[in-house]
Design a protein around this ligand. Sequence first.
Ligand code: AMP
Length: 190
Amino acid sequence: MKNIVLFGPPGAGKGTQSAYLVDKFGFVHLSTGDIFRYNIKNQTELGTLAKSYMDQGQLVPDSVTIDMLKAEWGKYPDAVGFLFDGFPRTEAQALALDEILAEAGQSIAAMIGLEVPEEELLARLLERGKTSGRPDDANPEVIGQRIAVYHRETAPVQGYYEAQGKYMALSGVGSIESITASLSEKIQAL
Ligand code: AMP
């Protein structure tokens, strides 16, 4: 089983690339952002809680996020592999993910980071906000907050995987197809 973490700041293209990689490799795609949005749409208790953080560009608390991820992960005992997108976003989440996987005799094969310059991220998120219907994409202040949170809380997670020799960087600038091709090459070589 290949378990991959797709990493990068908001707007790096994780969601876009995940769709192609799921098609190609048959991964189960676990996007914590998507799961929170599903819960908001369905007006669950978790959705109401998550929304209060998401609308501010803040992270949903670790305990809530980890419990939710663990429950989702447990729904796919026959998966050929998981593609984690938007998780882990803190070191506590990275540790928890290792524990969850280790209990099942599994591990993360690699974290692949999509690298995109900051001006490009801002432009992409504002553009996406015109059509995504996501309130957190439509407001420049919230976008700035998400990028700040990324630098403060999420970027250090890269070091967690680097220390295990599992981090690989990839340019997230270029055509969608060329980035999918580079990602696929890396995943195939694992
Ligand atoms: P995303 O769709 O990955 O851009 O996530 C949208 C929002 O959902 C983030 O700004 C956070 O508020 C929340 N979120 C998604 N994933 C996580 C996570 N792993 N930990 C905490 N909050 C998260």
